[in-house]
Design a protein around this ligand. Structure first.
Ligand SMILES: [Zn+2]
Length: 101
């Protein structure tokens, strides 16, 4: 019986990405293809976090360099106050209430 070492050097998976296989992003409003990274700031109340100070975290987002429209694909969801101001709220089908009024 021969002992075969099962240990193999870790195979580094390197995916050769070719630019010609990629797909570009463009602005929904003006078709621009240049974007600038910007930061939004979100604050969590110290009441929620249980810390002595409010918690503030920057949230990165991209905006069209030409017209300023946020790139929706990367816009983090869940900031309804900002989404409404930017017109990013998705129209939801009104759900029928199960409550009989
Ligand atoms: Zn644009």
């Amino acid at each position: 019986m021969s002992y075969k070492a099962q240990m193999k050097p870790p195979v580094q998976q390197q995916i050769a990405l070719k630019l010609e296989d990629s797909v570009g992003f463009s602005c929904d409003t003006c078709g621009g293809v240049f974007f600038t990274e910007q930061m939004m700031l979100r604050k969590w109340s110290k009441i929620l976090t249980g810390t002595p100070e409010d918690y503030v975290q920057p949230i990165p987002c991209f905006r069209c360099a030409d017209c300023g429209t946020p790139l929706k694909q990367f816009f983090p969801k869940g900031m309804k106050d900002i989404e409404e101001g930017l017109g990013l709220t998705e129209v939801e089908e009104p759900k029928k209430s199960s409550l009989i009024v």
